[in-house]
Ligand binder design. Structure first.
Ligand SMILES: [Zn+2]
Ligand SMILES: [Zn+2]
Length: 444
């Protein structure tokens, strides 16, 4: 650990800030071309790395020179898309005899974390296999339950992306940093800083980031770009700003820069985001994360977030998870069945509201995807009725509908739905949302 950090509870350094693919060029030299990698060093000496994109190469070399050998490093992966793992084979500490490198990743994927990482280092793609690395390599799959790394409390939370993806809140001695990248708003309904937030998922994220000293948030798109990218799993700077403002964070780092965005574009992106927040009292300080930049967070005495009760999942059930699809439109049913086909769930179907209630009570599904406008009973009525039944009161219900007005969504949450998805949506987002609810409730 460097001496300088003894003055602050947490030192945060950006080694890679780009999304999707590395883009080294003269146009990106200011904010950097390497993909996601952020170092968090605690006063107690814990080395916590958020994602292992191509920025991890330089970080690895830095650690080998500055850390006592053998090193102990914990890598928290948001997910295993290329731009978040491509630096692993070039991360020097994995080749150090006696060092220990532990990877943390989302529980509930179809393959074990170790398998997912080994696949990238298969001999067709890379000459050294994961099991040939000299350091002691560990894998830990985590859900939303908190855990400790040295003096840091780590609180994970599932985000909204095209695959299971975790955000992390790291709290050390009263300082908190929240990392939420590869995340899209839970609803396309317009959000403005200081405006009302209605979706339970967005409210959950606000609670998760509450009072953080630093929020590192996906801000890949401008407002003009987003309509063409709905369902791709990323945010606008406007959304990041609205979450930061509602959560009263001190600083917001715009992150996961689009490969097409030059330094000049990102300067304007920051300016526009500051303007959005200008009318607020004590707005968060906004900047775009830049490679090589570092911040010290002393903290204001806030503990970890307490906004939500985090359920510790039970042992996964031995049987296949059962998903009930309640929709009178056979084309939509077919599309949902296709979207979930690879996950091996048992899929049940109800074609009207009454059948939805009776099948939910008789067959005890683990999750329900519920349309609104159906014969015999609307989705709002179905959900309200199920919530009065002890056997179905905790059933995760995802309302999937073309009703996209704020009052419709508010009505859904009043009726007791767990989640609300409006059209258009992508199959990958639907699949990941279903999966995260099944992991949350301990089914997978
Ligand atoms: Zn990414
Ligand atoms: Zn991704």
């Amino acid at each position: 650990m460097e001496d300088g950090n003894r003055r602050g509870a947490v030192l945060v350094r950006f080694w890679g800030t780009r999304g999707s693919i590395p883009v080294p060029s003269r146009a990106t030299v200011g904010y950097g071309g390497n993909t996601a990698c952020v170092q968090v060093e605690t006063a107690g000496g814990a080395q916590i790395i958020l994602d292992c994109g191509t920025g991890a190469r330089e970080l690895g070399l830095h650690l080998c020179t500055h850390l006592p050998s053998p090193a102990q490093v914990s890598l928290l992966l948001s997910h295993t898309h290329w731009d978040h793992i491509q630096g692993i084979p070039f991360f020097a500490p994995v080749y150090q005899e006696g060092s220990s490198v532990t990877f943390y990743g989302a529980r509930g994927m179809n393959r074990q974390l170790g398998e997912l990482l080994a696949a990238q280092m298969d001999s067709s793609y890379f000459p050294v296999r994961l099991d040939q690395l000299r350091a002691e390599i560990g894998h830990r799959e985590v859900g939303e339950a908190a855990f400790q790394i040295g003096d840091a409390l780590i609180q994970p939370r599932y985000l909204n992306h095209t695959t299971l993806c975790l955000g992390y809140r790291i709290t050390v001695g009263g300082a908190s940093v929240v990392y939420a990248t590869d995340h899209e708003p839970y609803t396309h309904l317009a959000l403005r800083p200081g405006g009302e937030v209605l979706h339970a998922g967005d409210l959950g994220l606000i609670a998760f980031a509450r009072d953080a000293d630093l929020l590192i948030h996906d801000a890949q798109y401008s407002d003009d770009e987003y309509p063409g990218k709905i369902g791709w799993g990323h945010s606008t700077a406007r959304y990041a700003a609205s979450i930061a403002a509602a959560a009263h964070v001190k600083r917001l780092a715009l992150f996961h820069h689009d490969p097409a965005h030059s330094d000049e574009f990102l300067d304007r992106h920051v300016e526009r985001t500051r303007e959005l927040l200008a009318d607020l009292q004590a707005p968060p300080e906004v900047f775009a994360a830049a490679e090589g930049e570092e911040l010290r967070l002393a903290g204001a005495g806030q503990a970890g977030f307490r906004g939500e009760r985090v359920q510790v999942a039970a042992q996964p059930a031995a049987r296949r998870p059962r998903v009930l699809i309640a929709d009178d439109n056979r084309l939509i049913v077919r599309m949902i069945q296709d979207a979930l086909a690879e996950d091996g769930y048992e899929l049940l179907v109800a074609n009207d509201g009454e059948q939805a209630v009776s099948r939910a009570l008789a067959e005890r599904p683990d999750l329900m995807i519920l349309d609104v406008e159906m014969p015999r009973a609307t989705g709002f009525e179905v959900c309200a009725r199920l919530r009065r039944e002890p056997d179905a009161s905790q059933l995760p219900v995802i309302m999937l509908t073309s009703l996209d007005q704020p009052q419709d969504m508010a009505r859904g949450f009043e009726a007791g739905v767990s989640d609300y998805i409006t059209k258009p949506f992508t199959r990958t987002i639907l699949r990941a949302r279903v999966r995260s609810w099944l992991v949350r409730s301990g089914v997978v």
